[in-house]
Unconditional design. Structure first.
Length: 264
């Protein structure tokens, strides 16, 4: 599988720096976050930078947070940005509970309603809405979609080219139903993202990711199941970890390339 650098992995780098490091290390894909795109002067300017480096934009991160007042409108803006960048996949982190609420079913219904509103624009732009389930520890504040099965349930009313799912090893590796759901996901996998689960978790749980090979995830069986589900895209490395962010970006990218062999 071809390798893609998610810009969150080298958080301190500009888009131009990230693009240069990709070329220097033989990486042909990049998955930018919207703050990096904004820092490059917007989607059109960023597209020029990435095209100049010959890079494929594998995803745009992110839209979603539908349980907040601006979630749908912000995702509409993100769909337009993704189209300008030339990527087919907009990653969605769907949002946690509504403010002041403990009603999980209501929050999940809000996500379903948002998808219905957004699919016409997704079709018009040629960008797929890619639901990313997050580990259950993020259910309250980031994503009320915690399993691949839940993401597929939300995607099912729509065509596979309209709504897909993201398989991020950090978020799904623990799920006893993972491999059955990967079979069910045939044709709907928008992105395969990898990083490792390392313990102990830091105080900020969001930053508990590690390089492939540093933790507890058995990658090859997951990779095989993703490929068996007809996924033919890139594998995107996305790591949130303060010590890795504090490491020189070139060193991080070199480690990422060296560890790539461990996923299959």
């Amino acid at each position: 599988m071809l390798l893609s650098l998610n810009t969150a992995t080298i958080k301190r780098a500009t888009l131009a720096e990230a693009a240069r490091l990709c070329v220097e290390h033989g990486i042909t894909g990049i998955g930018p976050w919207r703050d990096v795109i904004e820092g490059a002067g917007g989607a059109a300017a960023a597209r020029t930078v990435l095209d100049d480096h010959g890079l494929t934009v594998t995803t745009l991160c992110r839209g979603g947070f539908f349980t907040t007042p601006d979630g749908v409108d912000d995702t509409r803006r993100a769909l337009d940005e993704a189209a300008t960048l030339g990527t087919r996949e907009l990653v969605l982190v769907v949002g946690g509970l509504h403010a002041g609420s403990k009603d999980l079913p209501a929050a999940r219904q809000t996500v379903a309603d948002a998808l219905e509103q957004l699919v016409p624009q997704a079709n018009a732009t040629g960008v797929r809405l890619a639901i990313e389930p997050l580990h259950p520890m993020f259910c309250a504040d980031r994503a009320v979609v915690s399993t691949l099965g839940q993401a597929l349930d939300l995607a099912e009313p729509f065509a596979p080219h309209e709504v897909g799912v993201v398989v991020d090893t950090y978020h799904v590796w623990w799920d006893p139903d993972l491999f059955a759901q990967l079979k069910r996901a045939r044709g709907r996998i928008s992105s395969y993202q990898v990083c490792d689960w390392v313990v102990p978790l830091p105080a900020d749980m969001l930053l508990g990711r590690g390089h492939v090979g540093d933790g507890h995830i058995d990658f090859p069986p997951i990779t095989r199941a993703v490929l068996d589900a007809d996924y033919d895209g890139y594998v995107e490395v996305e790591i949130f970890n303060q010590s890795i962010w504090d490491t020189p970006p070139a060193e991080t990218v070199a480690t990422m390339v060296e560890r790539h062999r461990l996923i299959d």
